[in-house]
Design a protein around this ligand. Structure first.
Ligand SMILES: Nc1ncnc2c1ncn2[C@@H]1O[C@H](COP(=O)(O)OP(=O)(O)O)[C@@H](O)[C@H]1O
Ligand SMILES: [Mg+2]
Length: 236
């Protein structure tokens, strides 16, 4: 469904993504992990059309390189951000409606906002200003607004950051529901290995913009190079 071929992104002298290739299969959950500064969020920024880059990115067999972010959303790719971004003075339902209008100008459906509010579990807060939501609420809102654009591929950037064990369980269930019930292909960047091994079928580990290894989570997490670079030598 999504294919990156020899993608490189330079910020001046810094190579944030270095000759990276990857392929995400339709219907799957694909995980990305690596130390801070490895280039994970930059990969999303390239796929989303925020920056120019070297190499090629294709979605459903067609190039999406050089498209603007709004065009990429219309092709069916949406994403969340590491730090929840909301419009604090808008209500939950109006915020989700922005995604709905943005993605579906031709087949706009107000009913879809209700479906999404229920799906992410914000029905009790629908009239609340988004600025009053707690962190979990903001995360659900950001996920809902992104889902309202009608994605085929949904990319989450460290969705568990700052969450407690109970909230992590809640978000994992939501991510699985998006994949299974809505049939949406998912990429997830995450630090918690347990989350990745439980959710994903393929896991890519990167360091300083380059692939360290890629495969099924149990193979990847037992790879000595991954243990050394990412999990640390004192990981048992
Ligand atoms: N817009 C930018 N301008 C300059 N450097 C950037 C920019 N975005 C990211 N970087 C740098 O690229 C590297 C990778 O960053 P990032 O993709 O955010 O890492 P990660 O998400 O894996 O923690 C870091 O060294 C970061 O400082
Ligand atoms: Mg990041």
């Amino acid at each position: 469904m999504l294919k990156l071929s020899n993608v490189t992104k330079r910020f001046g002298a810094l190579i944030a993504v270095n000759d990276l290739s990857l392929e995400v299969e339709k219907g799957k959950i694909y995980g990305i992990a690596g130390p801070n500064g490895a280039g994970k969020s930059t990969i999303y920024n390239l796929i989303s059309g925020f920056y120019n880059y070297e190499g090629k990115i294709e979605f459903n067999g067609k190039s999406i390189s050089n498209l603007h972010p709004y065009q990429i959303v219309k092709r069916g790719i949406s994403r969340t951000f590491q730090i929840p971004q909301t419009f604090p003075s808008l209500s939950v339902e109006d915020s989700i409606d922005i995604g709905n209008r943005f993605g579906n100008t031709r087949r706009y459906r107000r009913k879809k906002v209700d479906e999404i509010i229920n799906f992410v579990g914000l029905h009790n807060e629908r009239k609340h200003k988004t600025g009053t939501l707690d962190l979990l609420g903001k995360k659900k809102l950001m996920i809902g607004a992104a889902l309202a654009t009608g994605p085929k591929l949904f990319m989450l950037d460290e969705p568990m950051a700052g969450s407690n064990a109970h909230e992590i369980k809640d978000l994992m269930k939501l991510i699985q529901k998006i994949n299974i019930e809505l049939g949406i292909t998912i990429i997830i960047i995450e630090h918690f290995m347990k989350v990745l091994t439980e959710l994903t079928e393929t896991l890519l580990i990167i360091e300083t913009g380059s692939e360290i290894c890629c495969g099924n989570p149990s193979e990847v997490t037992s790879n000595p190079e991954v243990i050394e670079c990412y999990l640390g030598t004192d990981h048992d």
